[in-house]
Design a protein around this ligand. Structure first.
Ligand code: ADP
Ligand code: ZN
Length: 610
């Protein structure tokens, strides 16, 4: 076992004392204080808070305040590793038991555990419920059980793990030991299900808004996705971020293309060799490969706090998936971007994936509804945040000032006439052609195909010259997003009219369209004053110098930089410019152990910049 920095064990009684001395934080955030006191007093809790809210402290502090070791059940080994490392850096006696350990290493941890020399132990669910481990624990009377990512117990959720089901037995096996279930999963079904399955019906439920005010949502019309991505990345030079693609092939192509453009990008998908995948994930965590291009195989359990952006080159399957994936940005509360390029091809592809899947029809119905809800977010002219939160049953007044529709309000236009022309052109060409040809007909282009089918003789030929090709593409996309038309996969994407088209064709129903903005539309300045970083050039330079020092220190130990100090702490340090160790104690995130270890090194950087 490694050497631990000696913590002042006598401060370990009061949650506030632990918060300050161990974690270097001045005050609790939101309901943290209430949750922690409730658990310290022996209560069970269900903690439903969004990513980045600070759920970890809700079990870490009670574990330090109560007698005995706190047991943390976590599904992911990468997550355990980083959490344990971060705790050790703060002087906490933490360890993780999982399948990556040699038998000797595992035995060493069991000895520490049995001797009462651990404050926190992270375990996978399968380890926890193994006979040997249960026997050992029952002789110890643990301080608490924290069940992280508790939604994994629910089949409703997207990350169901059968091993989680066995955790129900903790209630009977360890009466009197407080249990906390924690998750950032928002939907009510999953919540109810996990409370029920974990037998936490009597637990106090703590929940808060799922809004992530520091994340800026932007959904652009897909034009030339790679170039658009490159343009977007320009504003995020050297920042850590994830680019999601649907397929493995696209992941690889995109990573290669970005690299060729001089942007450090690494691929991640389940088809890569395990060692390559792990190495790329590690480089990402250690800030050595800032952009990770990935399929959704990547991300669950990654709690890197300083992911500055999540970009989607393909449409996710639902709002839940979109919110979870984008939620990986900005855990540290600093301004972050959720950016997506979306076009007609995306929605056709997603519909097709549902149609062609082997699932039963009722499942498909649910999936279609979920996709439609997400398309609604893509096509809305209202505040994106308001639309997203409404999906989770949460009211937001709108006008958030930190999404694209708020920053550059998009106009609507009366598309009744255009819609009729478009639908009529689809109908008259026999519902056998894709958007490209129908647009040629509308715009009166005498292409070879138009002449071959005699479409230049149709009454709709040339009636849409007033709208350019992009404009028509936008019309077709919006008609498809609303289910007024659909692409027939069996007929190579031929557009067909749906039932909803009838009243529009007959002129009985008006249609409003969203005016697509040019991909580089000018933006208004964001509101959200408290999260905007307004560093002076000198402070910014010092911040970058502190980051380099942190990277050096992290490499020395082979750990991710964020376990040493978070960006939020370095930003504050750059602002305050401490000249002595005791001036560091008030910087959030700089606890006693961190000052002892790294104080001098950072002071030297500040002094050099003085
Ligand atoms: P969650 O598990 O809810 O996603 P974390 O526990 O990872 O969130 O915490 C997110 C970030 O918030 C971390 O950078 C953490 O240091 C910071 N944090 C948590 N509690 C506080 C607090 N009381 N004051 C300041 N920062 C906090
Ligand atoms: Zn908004």
């Amino acid at each position: 076992m490694p050497e631990f920095m000696e913590l002042k064990r006598e401060t370990m009684v009061h949650p506030e004392g632990v918060l300050k001395d161990v974690f270097g934080l001045p005050s609790f955030r939101g309901q943290q204080g209430d949750i922690i006191r409730h658990v310290v007093d022996g209560g069970d809790a269900v903690v439903l808070l969004p990513t980045g809210a600070g759920k970890s402290l809700c079990y870490q502090i009670p574990a330090l305040c109560r007698e005995g070791v706190g047991i943390v059940v976590s599904p992911l080994i990468a997550l355990m590793r980083d959490q344990v490392e971060a705790l050790r850096q703060s002087g906490v006696r933490a360890a993780a038991l999982n399948s990556t350990l040699t038998p000797e290493e595992a035995q060493a941890i069991r000895i520490e555990l049995a001797a009462g020399r651990l404050d926190l132990l992270y375990v996978t669910p399968e380890r926890l419920v193994s006979d040997g481990f249960m026997g050992l624990l029952s002789r110890l009377q643990p301080a608490l059980f924290a069940i992280d990512e508790a939604h994994c117990i629910s089949q409703w959720g997207h990350d169901f793990r059968p091993e989680y089901l066995q955790l129900a037995m903790l209630k009977e096996r360890f009466p009197g030991v407080p249990r906390l279930a924690l998750t950032a999963t928002a939907d009510p079904q999953t919540r109810d299900d996990l409370i029920h399955r974990l037998q936490l019906d009597d637990a106090r439920v703590f929940s808060a808004s799922f809004d992530r005010p520091n994340i800026r949502y932007t959904i652009v019309r897909k034009d030339n996705a790679k170039t658009q991505l490159k343009e977007f990345l320009r504003a995020h030079k050297d920042a850590s971020g994830i680019v999601y693609c649907l397929s493995r092939k696209k992941v690889e192509e995109t990573a290669e293309w970005l690299t060729a453009q001089g942007i450090k990008a690494l691929p991640y998908h389940a088809g890569l060799d395990r060692s390559v995948r792990d190495a790329n994930q590690d480089a990402f965590l250690k800030d050595e490969g800032p952009v990770l291009v990935a399929t959704i195989a990547f991300g669950m359990g990654i709690d890197k706090p300083d992911v500055r952006f999540v970009a989607h080159l393909d449409l996710p399957s639902s709002i839940e998936a979109y919110y979870q994936e984008t939620g990986r940005a900005g855990r540290d509360g600093l301004p972050s971007d959720a950016w997506m390029a979306y076009g007609m091809g995306d929605l056709t592809l997603r519909r097709r994936m549902i149609d062609e899947a082997a699932s039963p029809e009722d499942v498909k119905q649910v999936e279609r509804a979920k996709l439609d809800a997400l398309l609604g977010v893509c096509e809305t002219t209202a505040c994106r945040r308001q639309t997203l939160l409404a999906h989770f049953g949460e009211h937001h007044a709108g006008g958030c000032g930190n999404c694209d529709t708020c920053l550059s309000p998009s106009e609507t236009w009366d598309g009744t006439e255009a819609a009729r022309k478009a639908l009529s052109a689809i109908y008259r060409t026999g519902q056998r052609f894709g958007a490209g040809h129908v647009i040629d007909v509308l715009r009166g282009n005498k292409t070879e195909k138009v002449e071959r089918f005699g479409h230049d003789g149709l009454p709709t030929f040339g009636v849409g010259k007033d709208i350019d090709v992009k404009g028509w593409q936008s019309v077709f996309r919006q008609l498809a997003a609303r289910g007024i038309i659909a692409a027939d996969h069996a007929a190579f994407g031929a557009l067909k009219l749906e039932e909803k088209a009838r009243p529009i064709l007959q002129g009985q129903e008006p249609v409003e369209f969203r005016r697509d903005l040019a991909p580089t539309g000018r933006r208004r300045q964001a509101k959200g004053g408290d999260i905007e970083i307004s560093a002076s050039p000198e402070d910014e330079a010092l911040f970058q110098a502190l980051r380099s020092e942190r990277l050096r220190l992290a490499r020395e130990q082979g750990v991710p930089p964020f376990v040493i100090l978070h960006d939020t702490s370095l930003r504050e340090m750059a602002r305050r410019k401490p000249s002595a160790l005791d001036e560091m104690t008030d910087i959030p995130g700089v606890g006693g152990a961190k000052i002892a270890r790294y104080g001098e090194a950072f002071l030297a950087v500040v002094a050099q910049h003085g």
